[in-house]
Design a protein around this ligand. Structure first.
Ligand SMILES: Cc1ncc(COP(=O)(O)O)c(C=O)c1O
Length: 388
């Protein structure tokens, strides 16, 4: 059989965590995956919602390409209400990233991406034939400096992808002033923004600063901002329900593109999400999960701080990306941690240049029940302490 594959498909990058998962053995503690532990899922609430959805005839019919209007209405408390915007239900935030890049980017144009980055964005860029240009997110000031310099020197940019709230991988959150500074730079360069925001509701103590899309509207900026949300991290990732909000014409172009790919979001999943939201279960569930994550993060971070890890502070989300203690040897470290029964992701797995060794680890504090995580923290602290 002969056929020629589209080179963009052929060149899709391998999952950078693949090599880490190859080391997995039964009984190992996994701090590498970005998956919420099933104990943080409201299974009873979802089961009740599924029963209602199964009895609901709309679950079994074709529906609107832009998504179930009842669901969009029920999502209202989690959506932005900026003027002249509309919403599109997607198969998770991931489809939102794809559609946003597809609508805004043409092959050969350049997408600005953070370094370190959520790796699936790079796959989207490869598939669409977009070049990427990294900006540092070691600090927000470095990010702003890089974005400004790039917009002043590059003419072929199609958009910037940005994760300003409880980022994956590095956990950082941009202040309102920093968001404003980014908006100013992008408005001056007329650079569209793709704001990926799936972790926003997972705050510990206080709600995060306004979304970029809301802030741009509040400030009357004439700038295209697409904002992506998802139920994956707050209800269940298997539902595959997310959303995009943005300027009406842009969202309708994305809706047309999605229609070509999958016609519409899954009707049954949308009705399950709808009945779950209508049951009023999400807010109490979120309140519980926020408390659990905050405590889990606190206990875990304390264990690592005790042995000299730094940059463990985050205000929400599911990840930390701490720096190793200064005395830790890098050579053989990951293998040594594996031998101690732990799977961790090295920072290099999220770098644009994955071959450069990194003195950071990306650790998920939501992947284990709270008590198990505290034990894992102790174990990791000991493993690292003994590798200097
Ligand atoms: C930054 C970021 N964006 C998007 C996604 C995709 O989420 P979803 O399950 O909503 O497609 C993830 C999932 O881990 C993520 O970390």
């Amino acid at each position: 059989m002969t056929y020629s594959l589209n080179p963009n498909v052929l060149n899709l990058p391998a999952n950078p965590l693949r090599r880490i998962f190859e080391q997995a053995r039964p009984g190992m503690i996994n701090l590498a995956s970005g998956h919420p532990n099933p104990v943080y899922c409201d299974s009873a609430g979802l089961e009740a919602a599924s029963q209602l959805a199964a009895q609901d005839q709309s679950s079994w019919r074709y529906g609107a390409s832009s998504g179930d209007p009842d669901l969009i209405e029920a999502l209202s408390p989690w959506l932005t209400h900026a003027d002249n915007t509309s919403s599109l239900i997607t198969s998770g935030a991931q489809q939102g990233i794809f559609l946003a890049c597809q609508a805004l980017g043409q092959s050969g144009q350049t997408l600005l991406v953070p370094d370190p980055v959520y790796p699936a964005v790079l796959s989207v860029a490869v598939l669409l034939g977009l070049d990427i240009m990294p900006y540092r997110v070691s600090s927000v000031s470095a990010a702003l400096e890089d974005v400004k310099a790039t917009t002043e020197t590059q003419s072929n940019l199609c958009a910037i992808y940005v994760l300003p709230t409880f980022a994956n991988p590095n956990g950082d959150t941009w202040s309102l002033e920093e968001r404003d500074a980014l908006l100013d730079i992008c408005a001056a360069a007329n650079l569209p923004i793709i704001e990926d925001d799936p972790y926003r509701e997972l705050w510990f103590q206080t709600t995060p600063p306004a979304r970029l899309i809301e802030r741009a509207a509040e400030r009357g900026l004439d700038l295209p901002v697409l904002s992506l949300g998802s139920l994956s991290k707050i209800v269940a990732p298997g539902l595959r329900v997310g959303w995009v909000q943005g300027p009406i014409a842009l969202v309708s172009a994305m809706t047309a593109a999605r229609q070509a790919a999958d016609l519409q979001p899954n009707s049954l999943a949308q009705r399950v999400a709808l009945h779950y939201l209508l049951s009023g279960s999400l807010e109490p569930h979120l309140a519980k999960v926020r408390g659990e994550y905050a405590q889990a993060h606190h206990d875990f971070a304390s264990e690592l701080e005790n042995v000299g890890f730094t940059r463990l502070a985050v205000a929400g989300g599911m990840f930390v990306m701490p720096h190793l203690p200064e005395t830790t040897r890098l050579e053989g470290l990951i293998e040594h941690i594996n031998a101690e029964g732990l799977l961790v992701a090295p920072g290099s797995a999220f770098a644009i240049d994955t071959s450069t060794p990194s003195r950071q680890l990306r650790l998920c504090f939501a992947s284990l029940p709270r008590q198990d995580l505290a034990k894992a923290g102790k174990k990791l602290a000991k493993a690292v302490e003994t590798w200097s």
